[in-house]
Each structure stands twice: as structure tokens, then as C-alpha cells.
Design a protein around this ligand. Structure first.
Ligand code: HEC
Length: 184
């Protein structure tokens, strides 16, 4: 092979290597960003018996992006009864879930699903919640309840958030079912 064609081959190979490295790193950055944005990794455990679990060894490393569609699917698998027990234990000291609307330390959550954020009239919300111009759909509930102080920096809800995604999804299932009970 002539030295010219050697040089050419070398140039092509180097270019290819640079391309590989660049795409590898950009993917890493992309993944890191995606994880940061979505802030979750899920491991679905035996969906056939209605459980959704994090850190299941069989599925370790499997990341499922939470979209509205995915969350709707996961809600189907979630356990309403466990959600109710979890909510009574973890939220009940600050929130009421029955009609008529009654506020405690936190606002009533009887009708929270699809309600505008910060909407209960006689409750004194933080400026943070009042300024979020969205409603409590399942996705926003998910983000807020996972890390209240990150999703709504400045909220006066001191609760730390639900790190176990199966408990989080069970909670949303309960909030949803409970709200639907009061829809006419
Ligand atoms: C230590 C008391 C406390 C606990 C425990 C607590 N919260 Fe709250 N919650 C609050 C307060 C206070 C607010 C009002 C936050 C603000 O105005 O920034 C709030 C606000 C909320 C809101 C927004 C309601 C609205 O009308 O916009 C939701 C949803 C919510 N909490 C859900 C929950 C759930 C679900 C749990 C249990 C997993 C929980 N909270 C546990 C005190 C608490």
C-alpha cells in the first residue's frame, strides 16, 4: 500500500473514531439530562399480580420514562387499598380527604384531581403554589409528590416526598379515585 493511501485510511479511521466517541459522549450527556429531568427510574415487578416496584433485581437498570401514557398504565396496576393506607398514614395529619372541604395544616385534597393548583379559596397557600399556573393532573401530582421542594421550590409543604415509586403511584391512584367519588 502506498503511503498516500495509508494516510487516507488513517484519516478515515480517525474520523470514524472521533464520530464514535462524540456520539458515545453525547448519548451519555443526553441520558444524564434525561434522568435529571424525569427524575425517576422504575422497575416493574410482576405486573401480572398488580405490583409496581422500584429496585427489583430482575429488572435492575431498566428505566421507564414517565409520560402521561406510561403513568396511566402504571396506575392501572397500582394498589388502591395500599394507597389509601399510605395516604392516611403519611398525609392524614396535614390533609383532609372528605367532603365538605375542610383544611388542616394543608389544603383539603378531597377534590384534588384536575383542580387548579392553589385553588382552595380559604386556604393560605405559599406564593410558589399560587404562581404555578397548572392543574393537578396525574403527571404534576407525580412530580410534586416525588420531590415537593424541587418541583415547587418555596412550597410550605414540609413533607419530604415519596421516594418509592410504587408507593407514589399507589398514592396517586388513591387521590384520583377519591376525587372521582366527589365528581357529579
Ligand atoms: C406536614 C404537613 C404535610 C404533610 C405530611 C403533607 N402535606 Fe401536602 N401540603 C401541606 C401544606 C402546608 C401544603 C400547602 C403548600 C403551599 O402552599 O406551598 C400542602 C399542599 C399539598 C398539595 C397541593 C394542594 C393544592 O390545593 O394545590 C398536594 C397535592 C399535597 N399537599 C399532597 C400531599 C400528599 C399526597 C401527602 C402525603 C403523601 C402530603 N401532601 C403530605 C402539608 C403537608
Amino acid at each position: 500500500m502506498s503511503s498516500e493511501s495509508n494516510k487516507l485510511l488513517c484519516a478515515i479511521l480517525s474520523a470514524f473514531l472521533v464520530y464514535l466517541l462524540a456520539s458515545f459522549f453525547s448519548e451519555l450527556i443526553y441520558l444524564a439530562e434525561e434522568k435529571k429531568d424525569i427524575k425517576l427510574s422504575y422497575y416493574i415487578k410482576k405486573p401480572e399480580i398488580n405490583s409496581v416496584s422500584i429496585n427489583d433485581n430482575d429488572e435492575k437498570g431498566k428505566i421507564i420514562e414517565i409520560t402521561e401514557k406510561k403513568l396511566t398504565e402504571l396506575l392501572e396496576l397500582a394498589d388502591l387499598e395500599k394507597g389509601k393506607i399510605f395516604v392516611n398514614k403519611n398525609c392524614g395529619s396535614c390533609h383532609d380527604f372528605n367532603m365538605p372541604i375542610k383544611n388542616k395544616i394543608g389544603p383539603s385534597l378531597a377534590t384534588v384531581l384536575n383542580r387548579k393548583i392553589g385553588q382552595i379559596e380559604n386556604y393560605k397557600y405559599s406564593k410558589t403554589l399560587l404562581n404555578i399556573n397548572k392543574e393537578w393532573n396525574i403527571l404534576n401530582l407525580y412530580y410534586f409528590l416525588e420531590k415537593p421542594k424541587e418541583w415547587a421550590a418555596g412550597t410550605k409543604m414540609s413533607y419530604r416526598g415519596i421516594t418509592d415509586s410504587s408507593k407514589l403511584i399507589n398514592t396517586i391512584k388513591f387521590l384520583k379515585a377519591n376525587s372521582l367519588k366527589y365528581e357529579d
